[in-house]
Design a binder for this molecule. Structure first.
Ligand SMILES: NC(=O)c1ccc[n+]([C@@H]2O[C@H](COP(=O)([O-])OP(=O)(O)OC[C@H]3O[C@@H](n4cnc5c(N)ncnc54)[C@H](OP(=O)(O)O)[C@@H]3O)[C@@H](O)[C@H]2O)c1
Length: 286
């Protein structure tokens, strides 16, 4: 029985990255659909749940991706609404790598140390990765703030986090590197999750920060999201801080993503979202 993965992407062009990792995670075939939304996903789900007998249903699974977290969450809700009784398949939710990337970053930041009571600031955190990282850092006991260029955008992201997880995150409007430098005053942890290739902080803005202990940068496309962070840094020491670069924790992100895909095919009723993916990351870190 072939393992079939149905990749439902809210973007018009489905992610190649997610497609490749689908195969590498163990699917025999990955069918990628773009432009998927809550209104049109129903028929696709019916095709997945009505085609195989109960003992074979675990060989069909769904992956939900795309750049818009709100649309992705609506697709997930619509998919789950179609399930009933034993007519269901396993689902992984990872819009723009949000859960796997945030889980890998936070698992490394929390590895071998307690983050409880610390202040964490996520730069450029209104996107999918930043939103999920905010939740996970809060779950580790930190007080979290997220910066964005416009108050209404970053506040909307924080409101959405509160609605989904009940987690309160502070929104900070910080459109320039100078304002982001001010936003990290008093912080112990800084994580950059801004768009690819955008530098959100200069090295001089974090170098002499006396409270800062941990820095991580998710941006893998040069230049760095935080100047002075090396892509491959994994626990490197610099200016008295511990540094993680995008590839430094990206190896865990990839391994985690593949492991999640493999798990989908073990049973027909699994949901892999933030909590489940982070729990797995904690067992894989190091
Ligand atoms: N290391 C890994 O394994 C890995 C895996 C997946 C993704 N990533 C990286 O993780 C990062 C976050 O991914 P994502 O999908 O959440 O990012 P995203 O949605 O593309 O962007 C995140 C935020 O960046 C801000 N932004 C956009 N353009 C900007 C600009 N010109 N100047 C300043 N801020 C800007 C926006 O916030 P505001 O509009 O609120 O300012 C946006 O919400 C990306 O760099 C991505 O490439 C890394």
């Amino acid at each position: 029985m072939k393992k079939l993965l149905y990749q439902f992407d809210t973007d018009d062009l489905p992610s190649v990255f997610d497609n490749v990792v689908g195969f590498d995670g163990g699917a025999d075939h990955v069918s990628a659909y773009g432009g998927v939304n809550a209104a049109n996903v129903g028929g696709l789900v019916e095709g997945a749940i009505f085609t195989r007998g109960l003992k074979d249903k675990k060989n069909t699974a769904i992956f939900i991706g795309g750049g818009n977290m709100t649309e992705g969450e609506a697709v997930l809700a619509a998919v789950r609404k179609k399930f009933f009784a034993k007519f269901r398949v396993s689902v992984m939710f990872d819009c723009n790598g949000s859960n796997t990337t945030a889980s890998a970053a936070v698992a490394w930041l929390a590895h071998g140390r307690s983050l409880a009571g610390k202040r964490a600031v996520i730069l450029g955190g209104s996107g999918p990765v930043g939103q999920r990282a905010a939740v996970l850092l809060a779950r580790e006991g930190t007080v979290v703030a997220v910066t964005g260029r416009k108050r209404e955008v970053v506040q909307a992201a924080c409101d959405s986090i509160r609605t989904r997880f009940g987690t309160v995150v502070e929104a900070i409007e910080a459109p320039t590197n100078v304002e982001r430098g001010a936003a990290i005053e008093g912080a112990h942890i800084v994580l950059a999750t801004g768009a690819a290739g955008i530098t959100l902080l200069d090295e001089k803005q974090w170098r002499d920060n006396g409270t800062l202990e941990l820095i991580a940068d998710a941006n893998a496309s040069p230049p760095a999201g935080i100047e002075g962070v090396g892509q491959s840094d994994r626990g490197a020491a610099k200016h008295g801080k511990i540094i993680f670069g995008s590839l430094g924790f990206g190896a865990l992100k990839l391994a985690l993503h593949r492991a999640c895909i493999a798990r989908l095919f073990e049973q027909n009723d699994l949901l892999l979202d933030t909590e489940e993916i982070y729990a797995l990351a904690k067992t894989m870190v190091a």
